[in-house]
Ligand binder design. Sequence first.
Ligand SMILES: [Zn+2]
Length: 246
Amino acid sequence: MAFKPEDFMGGGPEELVHSTRLSPNFNERALPITMAVLHYTEMKPVETALDRLTDPEAGVSAHYLITEEGEVIRLVPEERRAWHAGKSFWRGIKDVNSASVGIELDHPGHELGYREFAKAQIDALIPLLGRIVKQYDIPRANVVAHSDVAPFRKIDPGELFPWDRLAEYGLCLPKPEKLELGDPFQTDGAFMLALERYGYDITDAPKAVEAFQRRWRPELIDGQVDQQVGAILFQLLLDRDRGVAR
Ligand SMILES: [Zn+2]
């Protein structure tokens, strides 16, 4: 039984923000909130990440950081524009920072030893994200990885991020179950146009395909268009067009 975001507004798992450590790195939003972007910090220990995310010289931040123990730390008020996405693009939006809530997950990343995300961390993320998705009516297709919005520069949170657990709670699109047989896109060019329609910046085609694979078919990330990724993309677009998902 999948949960609905409504479940997080009373009666559902309780959202907790354990502490606040305000970052000076924010400004005013130029767009309404329509997205959530998930990151890993790629820094250890967590103090190093917190120092950087609150350092005026570094010029980076996020709205929240969640430790591996499940402590939720607020860094920037949601009504302000945090600086987490950098040069990014999603579904026509170029100023992703203005349109999104950014959540950093304390994690060593690919640089310092890539590993599964801690259960306590994801347990804390789910109610926080649930409240955010509900409050701003964020389309599920707009709960994305940093790698989705910056495929040429970023690979976080990476192929071990448990999207399935978020999907159980209706907090991101689930992996399509029934895939059309055959090859829905006749050519790589047709696939790329569909990938752009789904939301990606396809300027660097192999990197865009890698980002899609990292999110939807993490078993093989090679930047090559194949029948399976074609079938997944086709079904995602079909579900969105039919209003099954958005
Ligand atoms: Zn990131």
